[in-house]
Design a protein around this ligand. Sequence first.
Ligand SMILES: NC(=O)c1ccc[n+]([C@@H]2O[C@H](COP(=O)([O-])OP(=O)(O)OC[C@H]3O[C@@H](n4cnc5c(N)ncnc54)[C@H](OP(=O)(O)O)[C@@H]3O)[C@@H](O)[C@H]2O)c1
Length: 159
Amino acid sequence: MPRYAPSALGHIPEHLGIERAPAGTAWVVLSRLGLAAGSRLLVLGGSGGVGLFLLQLAAAAGVVTIGVGRRAMHDQMIGLGAAACIDYVREDAARRTLTLVGGPVDAMADLTGGTLAAALPALRPVISHVLPLAAAAKAHRIPEGRHAGGKIVLDVTGS
Ligand SMILES: NC(=O)c1ccc[n+]([C@@H]2O[C@H](COP(=O)([O-])OP(=O)(O)OC[C@H]3O[C@@H](n4cnc5c(N)ncnc54)[C@H](OP(=O)(O)O)[C@@H]3O)[C@@H](O)[C@H]2O)c1
């Protein structure tokens, strides 16, 4: 279960209710992109909870969207305002977009979390100490007074 800092949380506006809460996220995404009417927006994960709201909000703002999601969701995406859909299971979304639009899009929203997830294994952990659980008190003392130089790991496997 992910944990969030209180500053990263907010109340769901009463008029949205829990069912429409993802619309708030979609609204933030669209606002930050600042697209003018007629712009072209590629929505990766357009078939998801946030994506289906983003397609509707974008359509209301006159933004032309291409929704990327599995085939079974295409009719719904089109019904909610997508100008076209791409099936990420069978198609290369980037190539198909270029073919559909005849050039690059103006913006892309990635609601799949995929980019970051794919990058995580490539991140290098910086660990300064690996200590047994019995040395927990020492592990607490290391960062006191100076920078630890990396993460301190307590190895509980030998406990
Ligand atoms: N829901 C919220 O209120 C909320 C609030 C804040 C932040 N967020 C963040 O916003 C993001 C989206 O949330 P969500 O609730 O919309 O998630 P979701 O309902 O799981 O939607 C993700 C969608 O992405 C599709 N997808 C998966 N792999 C894809 C790929 N390679 N290319 C294109 N589409 C792909 C999924 O399709 P399949 O069904 O085929 O897998 C699914 O429809 C997440 O990162 C979430 O943490 C959500």
